[in-house]
Design a protein around this ligand. Sequence first.
Ligand code: NAD
Length: 261
Amino acid sequence: MDGKTVLVTGAASGMGRAHAVRLAQEGAEIIALDLPAADEGLAETAGLIAGVGGRCTVGHADVTSQDSVREAVENAIGADGQLHTVVANAGIYPSAALSWELDDADWQRPIDVNLTGVWNTVKATLPHLKSGASIVIISSVNGHKGGARVAHYSAGKHAVVGLMRTLANELGASGIRVNTVNPGSVATPMILNDEVFAKLRPDLDNPTLDDAARELGGRNLLPVPWVDAEDVSNAVLFLACDESRYVTGTQIVVDAGLTQK
Ligand code: NAD
């Protein structure tokens, strides 16, 4: 990744941070974007990147606003600057409810961030991409299969796969590749909370992390509850670099076998 500039959205936490650090370790210069409220996390990401001898510019962008992403990109690299890889990672995991119990706002919020946010990120960064560039969109195992009480999340994560396939068609002739990475369960702040534990173990009164992990372990082919963020980052790295120069329009599922069980 030497000499390449990589933009990562949602880079203040969890997997976005892991992707930023992993790509920096391989020589990429990182533009780490997240919400203004995530400043502390962004600083931590920048510190980790400095710790591996990498270079990083941090910035604010709310992916639900195309202008916000465009402004952040231009602040970081200028109106004519070039990006080599875009990792559209920012996302939210909404409160669980049965499809017909969601109200309009419940439905719309994850669609705005997880689907429209990816489209905004692509549209704002495309003018900065040239032949050889790679767009990596973070979907999910919920972009591959449904799940209990995640209609709003799963619909958005399926939809970005459709967006990816269409973009790969549209951008192939320009030499720009587009793929998704679909992680299984990764122990990030997104799912390390009581609400998610309760969703995973509705049979228990106050389920703990261990209870949740036991349930998740039973869902995978491999005997592990979690996929490490770094394992997902390795897939992102592969798609980001030229080793995958003929890979476009596809998905890499990093899920310990969850979708195959
Ligand atoms: P996380 O909560 O640790 O990180 C998400 C980051 O996105 C946060 O820093 C947050 O501030 C940022 N973000 C949220 N809304 C934003 C917005 N409107 N604009 C800009 N940034 C915003 O979560 P994570 O687990 O690292 O998730 C990263 C991606 O991986 C998400 O797209 C998520 O859906 C996906 N994913 C997660 C899991 C998992 O098990 N954790 C599994 C499959 C897919």
